[in-house]
Design a protein around this ligand. Structure first.
Ligand code: NAP
Length: 245
């Protein structure tokens, strides 16, 4: 896919699915700006993009912090010159059965997975409105539609992203701004590495395609929704889950 000249912000774009999205974007000629929260060797991240056509920029920033979001988006505009797309990828899990779930586990997951998307979108949207174009891709999850025991907090946030995206798509359609959800099934990343062998076996038996997805499967779907090929697609949920849901 040719995405030459597209400028894209990817939250949490330094590992797992976000890293695959960012890498495939620069490979396709797009320029990316990434943020992250933890201890990241930024030189190492930049090195992975160095042979690709698109440029990569990176800055620390917490999506739950409105000042960080404002600063990150300003930095992105400064480095990239403009912004064509925002990929709200950053997300966390704090799994627990509901009866045992703590207020902190509930609050933290809502704060990153839902308020984080609100914070970043609020900043980016100002530029999209001015430019009269933009594509927002929110990374949801299969469990936002199917539910999952032990993930009442997480699946609530991913379900909320569907309402968020459909409503925003309707509000901003007349301004040529699109908003969609990519809902991954179970993808091989640090997040799913936490599952024990028994859990992984049980999971595989429920996936008709009999394998977990790869981060690249999600990256390809995100690139499609950023590209002009999908210019009439907005307010939709693209499920990428090996026929599991
Ligand atoms: P991951 O490997 O744990 O990566 C999550 C990324 O989010 C990391 O780069 C992390 O930054 C960043 N992040 C977390 N909290 C943040 C914050 N407050 N501010 C900024 N960045 C923050 O997870 P993943 O599996 O790639 O998941 C990526 C997205 O896909 C998430 O939204 C997740 O819910 C969704 N998803 C994943 C799966 C799956 O099977 N893996 C399935 C469905 C949906 P640091 O690197 O600095 O820690």
């Amino acid at each position: 896919m040719d995405l030459k000249g597209k400028n894209v912000f990817v939250t949490g774009g330094v590992q797992g699915i976000g890293q695959a999205i960012a890498y495939n974007l620069t490979k396709a000629g797009a320029n990316v700006f990434l943020n992250y929260i933890g201890n990241v060797n930024t030189e190492e991240v930049l090195a992975t993009h160095k042979d690709n056509e698109g440029k990569c920029f990176i800055s620390q920033g917490d999506v739950t912090n409105t000042d960080d979001c404002a600063r990150n988006v300003e930095e992105a505009i400064e480095k990239l010159g403009s912004l064509d797309a925002l990929v709200n990828n950053a997300g966390i899990t704090k799994d627990n059965l509901f009866m045992r779930m703590t207020q902190a586990e509930w609050d933290q997951v809502l704060s990153v997975n839902l308020t984080g998307v609100y914070n970043m979108t609020k900043q980016a949207i100002r530029y999209f409105v001015k430019a009269k174009k933009g594509s927002i891709v929110n990374i949801g999850s299969i469990v936002g539609s199917s539910g999952n025991p032990g993930q009442v907090n997480y699946s609530s946030t991913k379900a909320a992203l569907i309402g968020f995206s459909k409503s925003l798509a309707q509000e901003l359609g007349s301004r040529n701004i699109r908003c969609n959800v990519v809902a991954p099934g179970f993808i091989r990343t640090a997040m799913t590495d936490k599952l024990n062998e028994e859990q992984k076996k049980a999971l595989l038996s429920k996936i008709p395609m009999r394998r977990m997805g790869e981060a690249e499967d999600i990256a390809n779907s995100v690139m499609f929704l950023i590209s002009d090929v999908s210019q009439y697609i907005s307010g939709t949920v693209l499920h990428v889950n090996g026929a599991m849901y």
